[in-house]
Design a protein around this ligand. Structure first.
Ligand code: GDP
Ligand code: MG
Length: 204
């Protein structure tokens, strides 16, 4: 199993020319604003405040890159990977022009980030599958980009309902092979399968 032992904010960028030049395998977090992307990055890295949790004005519309040093447990193997906090979608008050900017920024990232391994799409476990999330997943399938889904805020529904809700969500989202991991940042639960999945993508 893998653990993230050190984490650094590298930079924010919009244009590919400004992405960090390093070629480490990269995993990006996508999802609606407020779904819990930054919180999950902080939790995985055990680095409180690494990805700003409260939407920091200015940084929320950018790609935020983080460098992670990881260790494979029960071995001496260490290495680096990168995480990207993608700008959230689905803010109601955002106009057409802003949405178009977002689409271009994400499009370029998916197309040009050659070391991109997988996208982690976050959805809120409390809500039925959302149109914007379905569109994101369709885009990933269309572009043949590997991905999984994390259902956040699992602490907000009764424990007994998690399995059933996860199954329903997977169906609504049209998931096939892609896994869906329920996670609670509040209770720090559900991270193991996600770490295992990331590890599997590093070694494949
Ligand atoms: N109860 C609960 N709250 C969460 C969880 N994950 C995130 N949140 C809260 O949801 C809000 C938005 O989280 P944030 O990480 O900023 O979302 P982002 O906009 O997707 O980056 C914050 O108030 C978090 O504390 C979770 O698993 N459980
Ligand atoms: Mg955020």
């Amino acid at each position: 199993m893998i653990r993230f032992v050190q984490s650094f904010f590298v930079k924010s960028a919009v244009e590919p020319a400004d992405y960090p030049a390093s070629a480490y395998p990269e995993f990006a977090f996508a999802g609606r604003s407020n779904v819990g992307k930054s919180t999950l990055i902080n939790l995985l890295t055990d680095h409180h405040g690494l990805a700003k949790i409260s939407s920091h004005p200015g940084k929320t519309r950018l790609l935020n890159f983080f460098l992670i040093r990881y260790k494979v447990q029960d071995s001496d193997s260490v290495g680096f990977l990168q995480l990207t906090d993608l700008p959230g979608y689905g803010f109601a008050e955002v106009g057409q022009a802003e949405q178009e900017k977002w689409r271009k920024m994400i499009g370029k990232y998916f197309e040009q980030r050659t070391q991109l391994r997988s996208i982690i799409v976050l959805v809120d476990i409390r809500h039925p599958a959302d149109k914007k999330d379905i569109q994101m997943l369709e885009l990933l399938r269309l572009r043949n980009i590997d991905h999984c889904v994390v259902a956040t805020k699992a602490d907000k529904i009764p424990k007994t309902k998690i399995a059933k809700t996860t199954k329903e969500l997977a169906k609504e989202l049209g998931l096939k092979e892609e896994p869906l991991f329920p996670v609670s940042a509040l209770h720090n639960t559900g991270l193991e399968p996600l770490f295992a999945w990331i590890y599997s993508k590093l070694s494949s």
